[in-house]
Design a protein around this ligand. Structure first.
Ligand SMILES: N=CN[C@@H](CCC(=O)O)C(=O)O
Length: 337
């Protein structure tokens, strides 16, 4: 697994800000000292959650989007390690695995998105898919729950495939997102992770929560309406026209996906004013995202959490790191109880 960089005790100690009389999350997490193969390294560890990052934005570039999603992991890990460890946190149940690294390959995203470069990027996304599938399936096979941070939403494909392979069954997904990411299979990118997972038979029931009506084409709406496995609601129906109630929609979506193992996908572009690849001035509040993660996370069939598409800058990295950390800890608290 050449792209997997382990998170070491040295990394932790560099980021940890210890305070006398306090106990920080990072002081209690578990780490793997040496990588042999992920499954063997973690199967006997007494942890429930395995957190890893994906430092890539090649999938976003391959979808002609705004790059920078590779920066989310670094923003999150510095915040996560330094939250308080108390009776609400479960740091001992958490293994920080490390991150998938594509620093060399992502030189491509600095180039003009010519047809040739886009084709190259789409081909490379398929190899990122293989890495993500391998890491996720190893974690799920070992009986743990992956929490995947970052990268573009292309990584939903590897999360779904990896979980489905480990469970030996198709899985369902709830996607909190302004977009369906159900674009045509034209080569892999951040806009078609779910359509590829669906046509390849890894995804069964798919619920998109809070789609933006301005960013979904008529052709795509027609495709979605024809598929009995796909259901959605729109942000406008819930928050603008008040035709649907947020809490009732949570219930509708859970009923639709919870009959088998399911993944929770959170695209930060669904949340208002959060720096992301498709940042929006109009979207759900952070509170809504946290409530949704709590609501789905507490179900026994919740099999993974993926938070993606955030694009932190130097100025916004603490805000993004804190947001994603809140979502991670909401999930862990909900699922553990
Ligand atoms: N993962 C994001 N997918 C969106 C991107 C939209 C955008 O970049 O503006 C999509 O393909 O529609």
């Amino acid at each position: 697994m050449q792209n997997l960089i382990l998170f070491t005790s040295k990394n932790r100690d560099t980021l940890l800000k210890v305070r006398k009389g306090e106990s920080k999350f990072g002081e209690h997490i578990q780490l793997i000292p040496k990588l042999t193969n992920i499954y063997d390294d973690i199967v006997n560890l007494d942890v429930d959650y395995v957190i890893f990052g994906i430092k890539e934005d090649i999938g976003v570039y391959a979808n002609y989007g705004n790059t920078g999603t590779y920066k989310a992991w670094d923003a999150v890990i510095k915040v996560l390690l330094n939250i308080q460890n108390n009776s609400y946190s479960k740091a001992k149940r958490v293994l920080i695995l490390g991150h998938l690294d594509y620093s060399k390959e992502r030189e491509l995203v600095t180039l003009k998105p010519s047809k040739k470069n886009i084709t190259k990027a789409r081909t490379f996304v398929a190899s990122i898919d293989n890495d993500v599938t391998h890491v996720v399936s190893s974690i799920v096979n070992a009986g743990k729950i992956p929490i995947i941070i970052g990268g573009g939403h292309n990584n939903a494909y590897g999360n779904i495939k990896g979980t489905a392979l480990a469970k030996n069954n198709k899985i369902n997904v709830i996607n909190f997102d302004a977009h369906t990411d159900f674009r045509p299979e034209e080569g892999r990118h951040s806009g078609n992770g779910f359509s590829y997972a669906f046509v390849e038979g890894f995804l069964k029931n798919y619920f998109v929560f809070g789609l933006h009506e301005n960013y979904t084409s008529e052709v795509l709406f027609k495709t979605l309406n024809k598929l009995k496995e796909v259901k959605y609601n729109t942000y406008e129906a819930i928050e603008v026209r008040n035709e649907l109630d947020f809490n009732s929609e949570l219930e509708t979506a859970l009923t639709y996906i919870s009959n088998k193992d399911f993944g929770i996908e959170i695209d930060c572009d669904a949340i208002e004013n959060i720096p992301s690849s498709a940042m929006t001035p109009s979207g759900f509040r952070v509170k809504h995202a946290r409530q949704l993660v709590h609501y789905f996370g507490k179900h026994k069939n919740a099999s993974y959490l993926h938070i993606c598409e955030a694009v932190p800058t130097k100025k916004t990295e603490t805000k993004v790191g804190k947001l994603i950390t809140y979502l991670i800890t909401d999930f862990i608290r909900a699922h553990g109880n």
